[in-house]
Design a protein around this ligand. Structure first.
Ligand SMILES: Nc1ncnc2c1ncn2[C@@H]1O[C@H](COP(=O)(O)OP(=O)(O)OP(=O)(O)O)[C@@H](O)[C@H]1O
Length: 305
């Protein structure tokens, strides 16, 4: 069953683009990543799903219900962490969280205490005394306190230190094991790679592709690095399937290879190797071309990240 369905979802801000014709779905129990560079349209998509803003055309449904028609009802079962969190600064953390909990018809006190303890968040502090990272934690507890069936996170890890990010990911995995579906937007590919089953890539408002993380990693992309005894011409490795060739002083060469492994092994055997490394490239390397955009002359320039 699909928990989320987007059907040609389009949002324009006046004349300027937000998102165009976005179609994909998220299955029940999935951890689904949504990635793209800054300004690609991730927040616009998520805010439209949460009916904070309304689509210009197309539609979206959550739990089989149209998000525009049934927004308030759907939202009771969603935990949402926006990319920017704003609060009533004078409130204490616990008052804010209990106030948030009052929107749901269940007692969330125990869960608030548990989450605050896991996230190392002091419930008795005033919001305006908190650092940026601690405010983010308030948002996380706020998003999870009612044990929602669907968790939607917009760039959730900004401001969290690496240890806290890990705790947060563990928490999300636990919620997922209990049955929650998770939609997770990020421009950091490594965290998507760590967490998600599938990923949708968005660029300049348009959906580029939806892929299984495992498929991407298994697509026989290898990262090959060699050190040679004497300098060699990197052009030797200009085979079909070889990309991103880099050469340092002629005797340290690296490239990505996708294709019959025997062909590249034969080519490697033609040189006197001092060392050889064959690794799985990370998503960042596989996806880099999705992150490039054409300038007016049609040349490829790196997109903003
Ligand atoms: N309120 C708004 N009014 C006008 N244009 C907007 C508004 N919000 C977003 N946009 C535009 O819509 C496009 C998509 O922005 P959006 O914030 O959805 O991207 P994003 O992928 O979430 O980026 P980031 O990673 O920087 O948060 C951008 O071109 C942005 O300038």
């Amino acid at each position: 069953m699909n928990v989320i369905e987007l059907n040609q979802l389009t949002k324009r801000y006046g004349q300027s683009r937000g998102i165009e014709d976005i179609t994909f779905s998220v299955k029940e129990g999935e951890i689904f990543g949504f990635i793209g560079p800054n300004g690609a349209g991730k927040s616009t998509t998520l805010r439209t799903l949460l009916s904070i803003i309304y689509p210009t055309s197309g539609s979206a449904s959550i739990f089989g219900k149209d998000v525009v028609k049934y927004g308030p009802e759907i939202k009771k079962h969603i935990g949402y962490l926006p990319s920017e969190v704003f609060y009533y600064d004078k409130m204490k953390v616990k008052d804010l969280l209990h106030y948030s909990a009052s929107f749901y018809k269940k007692d969330c006190k125990k869960r608030i205490r548990e989450l605050a303890e896991r996230m190392d968040l002091d419930l008795n502090k005033r919001i305006d005394d908190l650092s940026y990272g601690n405010r983010k934690k308030v948002g996380i507890v706020q998003g999870l306190l009612h044990e929602p069936k669907l968790i939607i996170l917009d760039e959730p890890t900004g401001g969290l230190d690496p240890l806290m990010q890990q705790t947060f990911f563990e928490l999300l995995k636990e919620e997922n094991q209990k049955g929650a579906t998770i939609l997770f937007s990020s421009h950091i590919l490594s965290e998507v790679q760590k967490m998600c089953d599938r990923v949708a890539i968005i660029k300049e408002g348009k959906l580029i592709t939806v892929e299984k993380i495992s498929t991407l990693q298994e697509r026989n992309h290898k990262k090959i690095r060699i050190e040679t005894k004497v300098p060699v011409d990197a052009g030797l490795f200009a085979l079909d399937g070889v990309t991103k060739v880099e050469s340092e002083e002629g005797n340290r060469i690296s490239f990505l290879y996708s294709g019959d492994i025997n062909l590249i092994m034969r080519r490697l055997a033609e040189v006197q190797l001092a060392n050889l490394w064959v690794d799985e490239p990370d998503l960042e390397e596989i996806f880099l071309h999705y992150y490039e955009k054409e300038d007016v002359q049609g040349e490829h320039v790196p997109a903003r990240t």
